[in-house]
Design a protein around this ligand. Structure first.
Ligand code: CMC
Length: 395
């Protein structure tokens, strides 16, 4: 255009400088603050990873204890939030509910509007990370018509979430260690992913100076779409549909439909804007999937077999090879979540829960940046040249 670059979909425009997450899409490498995702998934829990993402360094034992304490002591939400939730239909999509609840929290924490005060930004970050599991579990319990389970602070972050989801006041609930570790790993793998659509949304929304709850609600809304966080739900629905139509025997037929562009059918859980090699998160997720299915006695899970077959065919097929389409994180995460007992419609809300720490770290980084400006993309105008209005009776 002469004045600015036209780059639809931001294929080659960096919208910010960031020191949080690094992706090498050709090598299939993902680092949080310099640490490989594989090592974090192996050695750290989600709160340790969250501390790293928020603060730039891994915590020492004392710092971890203090951070865990801060988060676990902000897990309750204002009782009024329960009344707000009750205004929704019980069959509302959890992402509709979550968008409302997260935005609604703005009404409770007036100090969060003071975004120029780093202490208030810190407390907002802790509140958001701490309360997301409570909100997601509340949305689930409400959809089931079951009583809400209040958080229990002596449990781990993920153990507490599982209890809020699956316990009821009538009986004892024991957190299953393998399930807890698997879900914690899902959280770690989804914690941040540099300038994806929802993170860019949080940054753009937050750049106007709005409060963090409003900015994160915008991120939740963006994540909902099937090309982004909604892919895990869409992927499991796809697997269930293939299974219902004949399973592994019909995989070839399904793949022909995917390759026929006029069908509009995509292989959900495949492809990525940045990864042009195997998504490292998908590798870890496939491992976790095997562990969980084995621990729960579900080794013969037909959907897992189906996804392995789809992957096998895709990795050998010219259509996928030429376009460098590999499984992404969402390809196996749905199977793990389903095995744990999480309903398909809640998958994207679990993604939002985990991504909240990344969103808030990116928002905080943006506000601390000396180069910070309100986000204001330009456009390529394609409308009419200047013209005069003709009076209504003469048109
Ligand atoms: N199935 C079939 N064809 C595909 C797929 C797929 N999953 N993904 C991309 N393609 C084709 C696409 O049609 C295009 O073909 P052609 O060059 O002939 O027009 C080519 O591959 C390049 O794809 P693109 O759509 O231009 O790539 P993009 O960077 O704009 O889109 C994507 C990336 C992730 C939106 C896309 O791959 C997709 O829709 N995948 C399925 C949804 C999905 O799994 N999303 C989760 C992403 S990872 C988690 C997250 O970030 O939320």
């Amino acid at each position: 255009t002469g004045k600015f670059t036209y780059d639809p979909g931001f294929l080659s425009t960096a919208s910010c400088a960031s020191a949080i997450t690094y992706i090498d899409g050709d090598k299939g490498e993902l680092l949080y603050r310099g640490y490989p995702i594989e090592q974090l998934a192996q050695n750290c829990d989600f709160l340790e990873t969250s501390y790293l993402i928020l603060n730039g360094e891994l915590p020492d034992a004392e710092q971890k204890k203090d951070f865990d304490h801060q988060v676990t002591h902000h897990t309750m939400v204002n009782e009024q939030m329960h009344f707000f939730l009750r205004g929704f239909r019980r069959d509302a999509h959890p992402m509709a509910v979550l968008t409302g609840l997260v935005g609604g929290m703005s009404a409770f924490y007036h100090d969060s509007t003071d975004i120029n005060n780093p202490m208030h930004r810190h407390i907002s970050a802790i509140r958001l990370v701490a309360k997301m599991p409570t909100l997601v579990a509340m949305a689930y319990k409400f959809s089931q018509g079951q009583p809400f389970m209040y958080p229990q602070n002596d449990l781990s972050y993920t153990g507490n979430f599982l209890r809020m989801m699956f316990a009821n006041p009538c009986e004892e609930y024991k957190v299953n260690d393998v399930v807890e570790r698997a879900l914690d790993r899902i959280f770690i793998l989804h914690a941040d992913h540099e300038q994806n659509a929802s993170t860019s949304t949080v940054r753009l929304c937050g750049s106007s100076g709005t409060n963090p709850f409003a900015a994160i609600a915008a991120g939740v809304a963006c994540l909902w779409g099937p090309a982004h966080g909604g892919a895990n739900e869409a992927c499991l629905n796809m697997l269930e549909e293939i299974q219902a139509n004949g399973g592994v025997a019909k995989v070839g037929e399904f793949m022909e439909k995917v390759k026929d562009k006029s069908s509009g059918v995509k292989l959900m859980g495949f492809g990525h804007r940045v990864y042009k090699n195997y998504d490292p998160r998908a590798k870890l997720m496939q491992e976790t999937c095997k562990e969980v299915l084995q621990a729960l006695g579900l080794e013969n899970d037909p959907l897992f077999k189906l996804s392995m077959e789809l992957e096998r065919i895709a990795l050998e097929d010219d259509y996928f090879v030429q376009r460098k389409l590999y499984p992404n994180v969402d390809f196996y995460s749905g199977i793990v979540q389903r095995a744990i007992g999480i309903p398909t419609s809640l998958f994207t809300a679990i993604f939002a829960l985990a991504r909240t720490v990344g969103w808030i770290a990116q928002w905080n980084e943006m506000l601390s940046d000396p180069e910070f400006k309100i986000g204001r993309p330009r456009q390529l105008y394609t409308g009419h040249a200047k013209r005069d209005v003709v009076a209504l009776d003469q048109r």
